[in-house]
Design a protein around this ligand. Structure first.
Ligand code: HEM
Length: 268
């Protein structure tokens, strides 16, 4: 090691080490982009935001009471996050399915049997599209996990009385999320236009028509009329792949932000 100069002393004091060739290249690249887009300003703001968040984050129950054991009910506090994760998996696999799925009741023949283009596209996904079977399975199972996680999460919140003041509004937002999740499940069930789908659609249609006063209007709005047809599948498709996912995502993000603001309810 050579003698310590004022330069190396400065560097040591400032915690600065000379970058290697790759580091110098990255710095030059950053400087080039920074000159044009002023990235440094955003980076500073982002760093500020990051520290702000860390300072404001509530302490966990374990930290607050200096607990040495993991309370055995804690896994139940992961159910909301599991629901969110399952939603993300369903959204990604769902986007892949839309590349091949055809929302049409036009007639098609599948294996010599009269069916619809929707059902035909399902058989193509299951038998011809590379990994199609797996992606459909992933979509189905992430949907199932989401529904069960949401239901169990609701039970957890209920039995720990976490819906009480000041969390009443987040509980109500949770009810909206529950309905949106059920809506996603139902509209997705109709899309393959299988026998199960068809009869589930009939039940929904009959229930809509039976609604007092609003019956005809509701059937028209949700199913495209008082009989099943192309309009039914178009509406279920738009609800399932655009409207409900966007609403669910927005409501779930708001829900989690509120949990973060208010802190998690203390288990007692
Ligand atoms: C897509 C659906 C949902 C997602 C992604 C979600 C997500 C979350 C997450 C991540 C938490 C943090 C604590 C935990 O996970 O236990 C939470 C807390 C909470 N959730 Fe949900 N949730 C959903 C549905 C619901 C439903 C259906 C209800 C009730 C009707 C609800 C009511 C609440 C309440 C009141 C809290 C605060 C609990 C506390 O502070 O201990 N959520 N949610």
């Amino acid at each position: 090691m050579g003698p310590e100069t004022s330069d190396t002393m400065d560097a040591r004091r400032d915690g600065f080490t000379e970058p290697g060739p790759v580091g110098r290249m990255l710095l030059a690249l950053f400087a080039w982009v920074d000159e044009r887009f002023r990235l440094r300003n955003y980076a500073d703001e982002f760093r500020h935001f990051y520290y702000q968040i860390n300072l404001e984050l509530p302490r966990t129950h374990t930290e607050k009471y200096n607990l040495r054991v993991i309370w055995y009910w804690y896994p139940l506090y992961t159910l909301g996050s599991i629901a969110f994760l399952a939603f993300i998996f369903a959204a990604i696999s769902g986007i892949l399915l839309t590349f091949y799925y055809v929302p049409s009741t036009a007639e098609a023949t599948v294996n010599g049997v009269q069916a619809t283009e929707a059902w035909e596209s399902m058989t193509v996904i299951m038998t011809e599209v590379p990994l199609g079977f797996g992606i459909r399975a992933l979509h189905f199972w992430s949907g199932m996990v989401m529904v069960w996680a949401v239901v169990l999460h609701m039970f957890r919140v209920y039995f720990t009385q976490a819906y009480k003041k000041p969390r009443e509004l987040n509980w109500l937002l949770g009810v909206v999320l529950f309905l949106l999740t059920m809506g996603l499940g139902y509209t997705g069930y109709i899309l393959p236009w299988s026998q199960l789908s068809y009869w589930a659609a009939i039940i929904g249609l009959e229930m809509s028509i039976a609604t007092p006063i609003l019956g005809q209007y509701l059937a028209g709005l949700l199913f495209g009329g008082v009989e099943l047809g192309q309009q039914t599948i178009t509406r279920m498709y738009v609800l399932h792949v655009i409207l409900l996912p966007l609403l669910t995502f927005g409501a779930a993000v708001l829900h989690v932000v509120i949990v973060w603001w208010q802190g998690i309810a203390e288990p007692h």
